[in-house]
Design a protein around this ligand. Structure first.
Ligand code: DGL
Length: 258
């Protein structure tokens, strides 16, 4: 079973890492590193890139595709599903629903890229959950750049996070939602500067649970462990490949530049 993953860069690897622990299959991870970052670009450009990525994965015979990118999910998943209605697409959305389960009337800070924060999809989700008055939203686009670079020192990242969070009274918050798949790479940095009472939530658990459920509907056995990992890059970058392997904690990756 060929399982497609796609993100602008290394972020989706935070979801793939979890998937690899639980699912056997041939994984095709497409990183559109030539066009990363997505979150600060024009929405229509990101839509165009997303369609192109899906088409590449379809050529690799993927029957199920994880859009391991909140930004691409926000702008494109609806139209992608309409166009390819015989393929299963799993989107990634900020884990606001999960935060609602245990926020206990405190505040929830949703962090994501600019596109996701300004997108209708997130606003609708917060509206549907009826928690609008408890939610604040904050774009942290620079974290995407830091993650793609892979070599930025801890102090620079902490300083950036501190400058972004300093105006929030964090004692009032129960959760910070990591609504961009690049952000879980900085959990340690968040933990350094925020009170330990705040819980960080990312989307990987929900996405992998959903992926397993969908695979079971194909009668697919997810329990044998011998996954194959193919990394498809839109631009050759040695640094990226090493970064990716470190994140998924697996060196056995077949790399191809598309
Ligand atoms: N990892 C992506 C997300 O979840 C996109 C980051 C970017 O390219 O700006 O939104």
């Amino acid at each position: 079973m060929n399982i497609g993953f796609f993100d602008s860069g290394v972020g989706g690897a935070t979801i793939l890492k979890k998937a690899l622990k639980e699912i056997n299959g041939d994984f095709f991870y497409l990183a559109d590193n030539k066009n990363a970052p997505y979150g600060v670009k024009e929405k229509n450009k990101v839509k165009e890139y997303s369609f192109k990525a899906v088409e590449t994965l379809l050529k690799r015979n993927c029957k199920i595709i994880v859009i391991a990118c909140n930004t691409a999910t926000s702008v494109a998943i609806k139209e992608i599903r309409q166009k390819y209605n015989n393929i299963i697409f799993i989107g990634t959305e900020p884990a606001v629903k999960l935060a609602k389960k245990s926020f206990n009337g405190k505040r929830i800070l949703v962090t994501a890229t600019t596109i996701t924060i300004n997108g209708e999809k997130l606003l609708n989700l917060v509206d549907q959950l009826s928690i609008k008055e408890y939610v604040d939203m904050l774009a942290l686009d620079k974290l995407v750049e830091y993650a793609e670079n892979g070599n930025v020192d801890k102090e620079t990242i902490n300083r950036y996070l501190y400058s972004k969070l300093k105006d929030y009274d964090l004692s009032k918050y129960s959760h910070i939602v990591l609504g961009c798949t690049h952000f879980p790479l900085f959990k340690d940095n968040f933990n350094t500067i925020m009170p330990s009472t705040i819980k960080l939530l990312d989307s990987s658990e929900g996405v992998v649970r959903n992926l397993k459920k969908q695979l079971e509907s194909f009668n697919y056995n997810t329990n044998e462990y011998d996954p194959k990992i193919n990394l498809l890059l839109s631009k050759k970058e040695i640094n990226f490949i090493n970064n990716f392997k470190n994140i998924i904690e697996n060196k056995n990756v077949n790399v191809e530049v598309i």
